[in-house]
Design a binder for this molecule. Structure first.
Ligand code: ACO
Length: 177
């Protein structure tokens, strides 16, 4: 997606073309414009009635991070994460409370999907947050995201929850020494 200003100057990405913005950072009009446009496009791509990511909501939330991929003069995609307190129900109906890092929004521009940009954003998020893929909870994953998680991380098995978050069974995997 193109903008009528220099997106690199506005976002200051690293050498990998990915900028990381945290909700406690200072915002600028240009950064807000990028967040609003990409958030809107993400909602459309997912067929959502309400937009999940807006600049106002992002900068007023606690402990939320936004990864933005840039290529040349274009913004390619966004990935948003934050910690959430969730109730998890196992197959026996036993409830436990967990506070995982959650994938809250994820979008790559239509013309650039299936070219590896999503994997680059996800890899960066895992590196920066220091969290293993099986420990990420996902808010209402789309069919494309379900396919993405299976392809790149071999994650596909989960118990549907009332809160619509997907927590893969591997979240609870105990590694024996
Ligand atoms: N149909 C099915 N699977 C797809 C599709 C598609 N149209 N697009 C991507 N995928 C999955 C597949 O597993 C694909 O592998 P394949 O091409 O071998 O089948 C894999 O993703 C490709 O990986 P990347 O190229 O790294 O992913 P991409 O850059 O396309 O980003 C993303 C993945 C973010 C899901 C992107 O496809 C997208 O923006 N989709 C529309 C919006 C969306 O569904 N976002 C997730 C919502 S859920 C949430 O945000 C918590």
């Amino acid at each position: 997606m193109e903008f009528p200003f220099d997106v690199c100057r506005a976002l200051r990405p690293g050498n990998d073309g990915i900028a990381i913005i945290r909700s406690k950072d200072c915002n600028t009009r240009e950064v807000c414009e990028i967040i609003d446009a990409m958030g809107n496009a993400s909602a459309k791509a997912q067929g959502l009635r309400a937009v999940i990511t807006t600049a106002v909501r992002f900068f007023s939330s606690a402990d939320t991070a936004l990864y933005i991929k840039i290529e040349g003069k274009r913004v390619v995609g966004i990935l948003k994460t934050g910690y959430r307190k969730l109730f998890y129900s196992d197959e026996m109906g036993r409830i436990s409370e967990i506070t995982p890092l959650c994938l809250l929004d994820f979008y790559v521009h239509e013309t650039l999907q299936r070219s590896g940009h999503g994997k680059e954003l996800y890899t960066k998020m895992l590196q920066v947050s220091g969290v293993q893929p099986n420990k990420i909870a996902i808010d209402r994953p789309s069919p494309k995201l379900i396919s993405f998680m299976r392809k790149h991380y071999g994650l596909c098995d989960y118990i549907p929850q009332n809160n619509n978050f997907v927590i893969f069974r591997e979240y609870f995997r105990v590694i024996s020494i």
